[in-house]
Write a protein that binds this ligand. Sequence first.
Ligand code: GLN
Length: 193
Amino acid sequence: MSVTAGVIAVQGDVSEHAQAIRRAGETHGRTVEVVEIRQSGLVPECDLLLVPGGESTAISRLAHQEGIVDEMRDHVVAGRPVLATCAGLIFLSRDSGDERVETLDLLDVTVERNAFGRQRDSFEAPLPVRGFDDPFPAVFIRAPVVDSVGESVEVLAEWDDRPVAVRQDNILATAFHPELREDPRIHELAFFG
Ligand code: GLN
């Protein structure tokens, strides 16, 4: 069976997500057709949606400008799955603590951007994730952390005692970049779990 995966492609690491979702589909016997979304009218054709990392101020500005945000909301309300990573997590949150990011308020969390500071700007860590037998090789790049979660949000992983992977219904969001390692488990969990 084939599925259509939309990758929000206004800015950020789009091709890595496209590859990761194809890989995850393969292991589940699914052919994945990837659609890169830079304008309105495409999200409604997608079974699932990926919101990549990048720069949340730019992603927010361009997604609003291109008229994609209402379609993203409809996708979530319809119960279709979404994986949001890093800047994507910031964009979907209730509040980013930065007025330059007009968040979608689809995920009931508040976040702190660039929370690991300069010294640990980017790093990789073996991250225990709820439900995984082995730690996930998590790549953090100027990553946010979640600093408060609503009642309907489940925390799946923490680093330094702060949530870095969360799930709320059909949305899975990570502060790290699962698309940068050839480990399909996060994409599988979001879409084929
Ligand atoms: N620091 C970026 C932001 O705040 C996120 C970084 C990333 O997506 N790797 O938007």
